[in-house]
Design a protein. Structure first.
Length: 338
């Protein structure tokens, strides 16, 4: 098609057409071509969100390139058009609309997310420096754990406006909670709408009051005991997978991350639970914590404040205090990030 256009309108015009076609696509870079990163690229390609760049360290260049090539060859069958690049050169992320950061070590059995902090702060700091240099207009979605500390590290390192740094944890935790609720009811997972706040996993603030099944409050369909069992399983969901596989989950974390990327790229104004910067909201005082946000082209366009009862407020305060402790550890260990 472009070839025949070329013969009619000349090379220069056809290049302009090509460029305009190319430029009409969004660009998503994924840092870390491991389990979570490669799966993010997979979901993003399947949803045809745009061109994709998969970045890893020079030692893994073959892996990043190989996964990019393998994924690109799904295009004809899965019906997506996208340029998919595997690289270790951060210059390739230039012009990204969204950068998803999955670089870092995952948990092994017996480890908590917090055990990853020292290694992953160093990795996320160096990755963030590269993003600030090469994709200064992007919105960054952090996935590496411990999430709340990684979002802080990326913010401090890049100096990006707070609306353009956001962490993925809530989308995953909510998806797990919705899955377990649907299994208990025996209904479609699509019909379960839920909200959770606070930190990732153990620190989550469950909100059964804000959970419904196609408009029916979940409290009318399941006993308190069953809802609590679903909350507990969602809290420990990451650990359950680590125990089974010997490494951390990747399908659902990647799916949650791409859900956020899609909201930003398509300016959908979705309301999703994300780790977002809160100052006066919920009395947080300048930290990134899990709250419901409006996600659109402007990144985190709004933090939504909902009413919490006494018990929920107590859990939220506990969660915020854990985020402060984690950030305190980052500041003590890496004074340049204070
Ligand atoms: N730049 C780019 N990639 C990097 C860098 C860096 N500076 N440092 C490490 N990586 C890459 C690794 O080489 C590896 O390929 O990050 C990738 C991580 O992949 P996995 O080891 O498969 O880990 P994964 O399961 O994907 O988890 C990554 O996401 O959900 C979180 O807790 C999880 O912190 C972990 C992160």
């Amino acid at each position: 098609m472009l070839g025949s256009l070329e013969s009619h309108v000349g090379t220069h015009t056809s290049l302009a057409i090509r460029k305009s076609i190319h430029m009409s696509r969004a660009k998503i870079s994924v840092i870390g071509a491991g389990n979570v990163g490669a799966t993010c690229a997979h979901w993003a390609a399947a949803k045809e969100l745009g061109d994709i760049v998969l970045v890893d360290i020079p030692d893994k260049i073959g892996v990043a390139q190989g996964k990019a090539l393998d994924l690109a060859c799904c295009g004809p069958t899965e019906r997506f058009d996208a340029t998919i690049t595997g690289t270790c050169d951060y210059a390739d992320v230039a012009g990204s609309d969204v950068v998803i950061v999955t670089a870092g070590i995952p948990r092994k059995p017996g480890m908590s997310r917090d055990d990853l902090i020292a290694t992953n702060v160093k990795i996320v700091r160096s990755v963030s420096e590269q993003i600030a240099t090469h994709a200064p207009d992007s919105t960054i979605i952090l996935v590496s754990n411990p999430l709340d500390a990684m979002v802080y590290t990326a913010w401090k390192t890049t100096g990006f406006a707070t609306n353009r740094i956001v962490g993925q944890a809530g989308c995953l935790d909510v998806a797990r909670f919705r899955t377990f609720i649907a299994w208990e009811i025996g209904c479609s997972v699509e019909d379960v709408v839920a909200l959770l706040m606070g930190g990732h996993g153990d620190d989550m603030v469950p909100l059964p009051r804000y959970t419904s099944v196609h408009g029916i409050p979940v409290t009318q369909l399941l006993s308190e005991e069953t809802i609590n069992a679903c909350v507990d399983r969602a809290k420990a969901g990451g650990g359950e997978v680590v125990k089974l596989m010997g490494t951390s989950a990747y399908y659902a974390p990647a799916s949650g991350s791409v859900q956020m990327a899609e909201a930003i790229i398509k300016d959908k104004k979705r309301i999703l639970p994300c780790a977002a910067y809160c100052d006066s909201q919920y009395g947080v005082g300048g930290y990134f914590v899990g709250v419901p946000c409006v996600l659109g082209a402007g990144g985190v366009e709004k933090v939504i404040e909902i009413d919490l009862n006494e018990a929920e407020t107590a859990l939220m305060d506990e969660s915020i205090s854990h985020v402060k402790d984690l950030v305190g550890t980052v500041r003590e260990t890496f004074p340049d990030l204070a």
